[in-house]
Ligand binder design. Structure first.
Ligand code: GDP
Length: 310
């Protein structure tokens, strides 16, 4: 299929987040009209507010990047918020989008939706084949329900809506709070601070051996625009870079980019987490997208953005 985005009204829900922000930047060159609404304009957990916003804004296309997100600690202490808020956001937006006859909609999953012991690299077909990682199952269950609701609207109402499933992301607009952030912003911050204050040592969590795949949010946004234009199908599509690095390699890359020659010290009292997390993006590559930037280049761009914009 080919769907022309030119002249379309596209609502990016969640534009203040890292992914939504990247999608807004990516769409700027597409000749479409991007619409956004902050929490003060529409409370996505409130069905009436979402219905009213949709009736008023009349988008042709929706990118659903809005979600309540957070790390392991937040998930463990606020399970209701993660399950309830995410279910409501998805259900409200999809229902209102159907009422408003929205032509194309792209829903975003997360790699935690896959079973804890899924075979790696994780294929789309692994969904619902095993138990989830208990620490974030609240969020994962809500995201799985969202994927299923998209499929249900396809099946029951013939809606040409799709879902994408990104790998670990990094880039401008990330969360730099050391207690809740993921590893790339945490290490950028730690090495930057060490450089500024002349520290000779930087403490990194775990053993450094876990393997992770990282994708720059602007590469994700490019893949999402590609999928909106060219993909129609019941299955969600994995979006990854296909490049795996150890945490040690990531830390060394970040140290080089920042220009910090402090010694790395491993705090093995902190958890390593899962030993390997890689998704299989061969379906996306077979569709014709393969554009992920080099990790070092992506980290360098993220670092200069953070130094310039905070
Ligand atoms: P995960 O991919 O869900 O495990 O999430 P994270 O991005 O939080 O962690 C990935 C890996 O980076 C784990 O092995 C962590 O132990 C390791 N890591 C090393 N230093 C840090 C740090 O300062 N912050 C975080 N969040 N992770 C770190």
């Amino acid at each position: 299929m080919t769907y022309d985005l030119t002249g379309k009204r596209i609502w990016v829900a969640g534009h203040r987040g890292m992914v939504g922000g990247a999608v807004v930047r990516r769409l700027a060159s597409e000749g479409c009209e991007v619409i956004t609404a902050g929490r003060d304009v529409v409370d996505l957990v409130n069905q009436k507010a979402v219905d009213d916003w949709m009736a008023m804004s009349k988008p042709d296309v929706i990118v659903l990047a809005a979600a309540k997100v957070g790390g392991i600690h937040a998930n463990a202490t606020s399970p209701v918020d993660f399950l309830y808020e995410n279910l409501m956001i998805e259900a409200n937006i999809l229902h209102a989008a159907h009422e408003a006859n929205v032509e194309r909609l792209l829903f975003l999953g997360s790699s935690c939706i896959y079973p804890k012991f899924a075979i790696q690299p994780i294929q789309e077909a692994s969904l619902l084949t095993g138990a989830l990682e208990p620490t974030n199952e609240w969020y994962a269950i809500a995201k799985i329900a969202g994927l299923k609701l998209v499929q249900a609207f396809r099946k029951q109402h013939g809606r040409d809506w799709i879902s994408a499933m990104p790998t670990n992301l990094y880039g401008p607009g990330d969360n730099y709070d050391l207690t809740t952030s993921h590893v790339p912003p945490a290490l950028l911050r730690k090495f930057h601070k060490a450089k500024e204050s002349g520290d000779t040592e930087v403490v990194v969590w775990g053993t450094g051996t876990p393997l992770r795949e990282f994708l720059h949010c602007d590469d994700l946004a490019d893949a999402l625009v590609f999928l909106l234009r060219s993909y129609s199908g019941d299955d969600h599509i994995n979006v990854g870079s296909g490049v795996e690095v150890t945490i040690k390699e990531l830390a060394e890359t970040i140290a080089k980019v920042v220009g910090c020659d402090a010694v790395l010290t491993w705090d093995t009292s902190k958890p390593d987490g899962t030993p390997r997390k890689l998704i299989d993006s061969s379906r996306l590559h077979a569709l014709g997208w393969n554009n992920a930037r080099d990790l070092k280049e992506g980290i360098a761009q993220t670092y200069s953005d953070w130094v310039a914009n905070g």
